[in-house]
Ligand binder design. Structure first.
Ligand code: B1M
Length: 225
């Protein structure tokens, strides 16, 4: 696997800050051609760009249209890197079924999608419900697919409380004993996960894979028919 130079990492970061999709996808393509591990390009190159954008937005140095342009650039990079990550899980046995989504009222999708891609790359069957997903939609899809895990992402302090609603909807649907719940997203903490009765919290996508594996180990082995 090739190493990425600091210069390229900086260019990746800057392409996101500048909201430049063509540059971002070009840099992603060149990284893949050079044999770079896609996750390294994402985590060390493009994601720091998103963090810089978030900080500038919070300081009032960037505005909503800038943040949207940056998200577009991130999407362009991910359109190149996502299939490369998915290839890595193509012939693995199914590790478990995950229903994934971003909670009601929240349209942030980049982190949630990355979590889904990495879970799929590590053998999980992932059903991504997208963004702005109600608690009832999570529960109904979990029932339909007999899901092992429901994963709920939230990026806003105002929408993370809807993660609690998903736990409650699973209880109401009689699914809680058979379905593990994992939560994540920038404002979410381990303490919050415990408070709402979720089974685990992951700070990033690789940790989410480790958490999903450990949740599968905690699941009771089904009785033989
Ligand atoms: Co928004 N936004 N945004 N935004 N946005 C944040 C979250 C914010 C922190 C920016 C800031 O002020 N510094 C702030 C939230 C403040 C708060 O709640 N306290 C904010 C705000 C205020 C808003 C709006 C309200 C702005 C407005 O309209 N005035 C609005 C809300 C819209 C809505 O959802 N209803 C809004 C809109 C948008 C855009 C549409 C422009 C765009 C999203 C585009 C898209 O996703 N299609 C956007 C963006 C891009 C951001 C920032 C800059 C970047 C988010 C991102 O993609 N990060 C963000 C600032 C920030 O987070 N630093 C910000 C990269 C991604 C890889 O990381 O999503 O954290 P992240 O995911 C990580 C981990 O968190 C974890 O793993 C991922 C990968 O490592 N993880 C999980 C995530 N989900 C997980 C689930 C798991 C496990 C781990 O298990 C299930």
């Amino acid at each position: 696997m090739g190493r990425i130079s600091d210069e390229t990492l900086n260019a990746m970061r800057q392409s996101i800050v500048d909201g430049a999709p063509d540059t971002a996808s070009d840099l992603a393509r060149r990284a893949i051609a050079a044999g770079v591990e896609p996750l390294e390009a994402i985590n060390d190159g493009f994601v720091p760009g998103m963090h810089a954008v978030g900080e500038q937005f919070a300081r009032g140095q960037m505005f909503l249209p800038d943040m949207m342009a940056s998200a577009e650039a991130m999407r362009a990079a991910m359109a190149v890197l996502d299939p490369e990550l998915k290839k890595q899980g193509a012939d693995r046995p199914v590790a478990g079924t995950v229903v994934l989504g971003t909670t009601k009222g929240d349209i942030h999708e980049i982190g949630k999608t990355l979590v889904g891609t990495l879970l799929a790359a590590h053998g999980f069957r992932v059903h991504d419900l997208g963004v702005d997903v109600s608690a009832e939609q999570f529960a109904s899809k979990a029932r339909e697919l007999n899901a092992d895990i429901v994963g709920v992402s939230a990026l806003l302090t105002t929408t993370m409380r809807n993660q609690r609603g998903v736990v409650e909807a699973l209880v109401k649907a009689g699914l809680r004993s058979q379905t593990k719940v994992m939560v994540g997203g920038a404002p979410v903490t381990r303490q919050w996960a415990e408070e709402i009765g979720a089974d685990g919290y992951a700070k990033d996508a690789m940790t989410a894979v480790a958490l999903a594996r450990s949740l599968m180990e905690q699941k009771p082995v089904p009785e033989p028919a």
